[in-house]
Design a binder for this molecule. Sequence first.
Ligand code: URA
Length: 238
Amino acid sequence: MKMRLDKYLAHFGLGTRKEVKSFIRKGLVKVNDIIIKKDDYKVDLDCDFICFNDQKIEYRQYVYIMLNKPAGCVCATQDQVHRTVIDLIEGYDHYDLFPVGRLDKDTEGLLIITNNGDFAHKLMAPKRKHAKLYYAVIDGIVTEDDIRKFKEGIYIGDYQCQPAQLTVLAIEENYSEVYIEIYEGKFHQIKRMVQATGKKVVYLKRLQIKTLKLDPHLESGRYRELTDDELFDLMKDL
Ligand code: URA
């Protein structure tokens, strides 16, 4: 595949089209060890060896990022009022990133950010039934009856949920810590499932999607690209 040199460098995230044109004119870009000063030079992505400031750069069509979403920002690409999850990601301006699925503004934890629409669709499509694991703090005491209702598939007013798994981690005087695993992703699903048992979610954090676990070293608001192994496992049987 062939592409204009300035487009290639901009797509790689080196700067705007205008900025990369100036890098090219300054002689900072080499193709196969030869300085190229023409921004419309066509590079062959399959075989050309491209360097910026003597550092090799490789074209990537898609990127896959794990974000530990903080509370307070919204899962959208743009918003007039709130900070979006995309606003948190720096250095990927030319990739047209978007969040895979949605977490509520006050929900924290694992969010995948990518520019691969097909991957996002397959990962989130309800009929594919990929598991999503959440940690929740619930105002109220979770009972055996609640666990059974989740297992059977709880009715949330306008929707019959698929069977889900509710696991109690701790019961305190008036609240419960639980894991909840669901295989679909309706709007406010966990909060509405818990509400259907007469209780309220007061804290919610997503820990896992399919095989991908939230990196425990990733602080709230921080992100990193998925490793090859993580991506391989996620893509398997998608
Ligand atoms: N379920 C919810 O209620 N909220 C989320 O953010 C995710 C799942």
